[in-house]
Write a protein that binds this ligand. Structure first.
Ligand code: ATP
Ligand code: MG
Length: 502
């Protein structure tokens, strides 16, 4: 289905999120939408899928002007959108979610058959009776795609679909999207990741500060000169070249006791337990946790933050016994935790940036003048696109991440981070790591998880690999290659492997 967006304008108060944006998507193509954080990508696709209304502009389908006043209206016109956060009902089964929103008239058995048939067609393996909340992010995404397809959509929009899913799920997703294009459906793929767009898309459009900067075909000729293309796209996205921060040498060995020591740690993990190898983390060291989502990395971070009491073993901070102490005690020792789910655990929806800084004072009487001053300073230092009275849920994904970083206490001795750059554009990711590495120079140790193997390899001194219910010994990054790391994550840790379980 051919889709045209013509001269779309959209303001949120003083912020012009879309300014005179035009975009044309041909039937049977995959169209990438790239752009920095806050560029206006989500706003544009929300307008097309009926979640937002534009102030001005026109939408045409197959050349005919249409009005899209609600998500249901969009679906009737054949346009469906997959949001970054699943919109399904976690407590229902896969089949129940699949049926939700479907036209009346088909029986449960027919729906089940349809679900199985679609699953089969796209190579997804979804159990109709499984509880949706227990699926991985990738599987919930598969379910949502099938549900939208069963509603008869012919244009599928995906807003940053590759964050939080495994490499094999990404392969499946891409194969499914190509299949849709072969069936003459259109796909709009919003992303920050150049390599994903290069691998998948037929066309790419770049947005910057609410406007379209340019559109390029990603034909074979272009694919043969990836560096040239990449430079062009980065130039469009940011208006300049980017510098990659260097991982400075690991801090010199100091005679001090290590910052963090883990001894014979046993953690509870879903229905089983996870044994963590003995570990000593030096001040200023960066330790990466690699592995598929849900392999226990989060449990280790929570334990180190005092948020998950270990079943057995000891946690020492600067030689001091911390096992079983409350979270507040860890905070006092300078331990900071930055969770992946910004809006559920990190920031408080409905609260403004200013109120977040006020809350940080943890005092009965809030010093509003001070909070205001801190908020202004953070907005400048972290270049947050927003003002003190912006509610956090109204900030773009990248600006939420910046805010969360700005709210971390300082100084810190140990910083625990889940996916520090998830959802960030390339420039912001580099900037975040610049900030983090500065902290390590001042002696802060960092333990972080990431689904991005290159990020893990580039910034860590050592890595722990979580795989098949086990954790490897700490591996110096210099002894690893990207390929080997991928194997260790995907496959099993072998018996004879020098890094296997102690
Ligand atoms: N509901 C809203 N209320 C106020 N401002 C908003 C709202 N939604 C978006 N904005 C603002 O509009 C601008 C564009 O946001 P949008 O979410 O479209 O960006 P994006 O390109 O998707 O960014 P990201 O890559 O970080 O997700 C941002 O400055 C954002 O803060
Ligand atoms: Mg967005």
């Amino acid at each position: 289905m051919k889709i045209e967006l013509l001269n779309i304008h959209k303001c949120f108060g003083a912020i012009q999120a879309n300014r005179d944006v035009s975009l044309r998507v041909e039937a049977g193509t995959i169209h990438g939408l790239l752009g920095e954080n806050g560029a206006g990508k989500s706003t544009l696709v929300k307008i097309l899928s009926g979640f937002l209304r534009c102030d001005r502009g026109e939408i045409r389908i197959q050349g005919q002007p249409v009005r899209i006043n609600s998500p249901a209206a969009a679906i009737r016109l054949g346009i469906g959108m997959l949001h970054q956060d699943p919109l399904d009902f976690p407590s229902l089964t896969v089949l129940e979610n699949f049926i939700a929103g479907q036209r009346l008239g088909s029986t449960r058995r027919e729906s089940r058959q349809q679900l199985e048939q679609l699953s089969e067609e796209f190579g997804f393996h979804l159990d109709p009776e499984a509880v949706t909340g227990e699926l991985t992010v990738g599987e919930r995404q598969q379910l949502e795609i099938l549900r939208l397809l069963s509603l008869g959509i012919s244009t599928l929009i995906l807003d940053e679909p590759t964050t939080g899913i495994s490499a094999s799920q990404k392969d499946l997703l891409f194969a499914a999207l190509r299949r849709l294009a072969e069936q003459q459906k259109s796909v709009i793929f919003v992303s920050h990741k150049l390599e994903d767009v290069e691998r998948l898309c037929d066309w790419v459009t770049v947005m910057r500060q609410g406007e379209v900067v340019g559109t390029l075909p990603m034909n074979r000729m272009n694919r043969e000169i990836p560096e040239v293309l990449e430079r062009q796209l980065i130039d469009w996205m940011f208006g300049r070249e980017l510098l990659i921060p260097e991982r400075l040498h690991p801090p010199a060995v100091t005679p001090d006791p290590p910052l963090l020591v883990l001894r014979s740690l046993l953690l509870s993990q879903r229905h089983s337990t996870l044994a963590v190898p003995d570990l000593a983390v030096k001040a200023g060291e960066v330790l990466g946790l690699a592995g598929l989502e849900g392999s226990g990395q989060r449990q280790l971070l929570l334990a180190c933050a005092g948020l998950l009491p270990p079943l057995q073993g000891q946690i020492l901070l600067r030689g001091q016994e911390m096992t079983g102490r409350p979270y507040a005690e860890y905070l006092r020792q300078g331990v900071g935790f930055s969770p992946a789910d910004r809006l559920r655990e990190g920031l408080i929806p409905g609260f403004t940036l200013l109120e977040h800084f006020a809350l940080r004072q943890q005092d009965f009487w809030v010093d509003w003048a001070l909070a205001h001053q801190q908020t202004q300073a953070a907005i400048e230092q972290f270049t947050i696109r927003g003002h003190p009275y912006s509610r956090v849920e109204q900030l773009s994904g990248g600006n939420q991440q910046r805010s969360q970083l700005a709210l971390l206490p300082s100084p810190l001795t140990l910083l625990l981070m889940e996916h520090p750059t998830r959802g960030l554009d390339i420039e912001s990711s580099l900037w975040v790591w610049g900030q983090l590495l500065q902290r390590t120079q001042a002696g802060t140790s960092i333990i972080f998880t990431s689904a991005d193997l290159e990020e893990l390899m580039h910034y860590s001194d050592r890595l722990l690999v979580f795989s098949g219910g086990q954790v490897s010994r700490p591996i110096p990054v210099a002894e690893l290659t990207l390929a080997r790391l991928g194997q260790m994550i995907g496959g099993k840790l072998q018996e004879r492997d020098p890094y296997s379980i102690p």
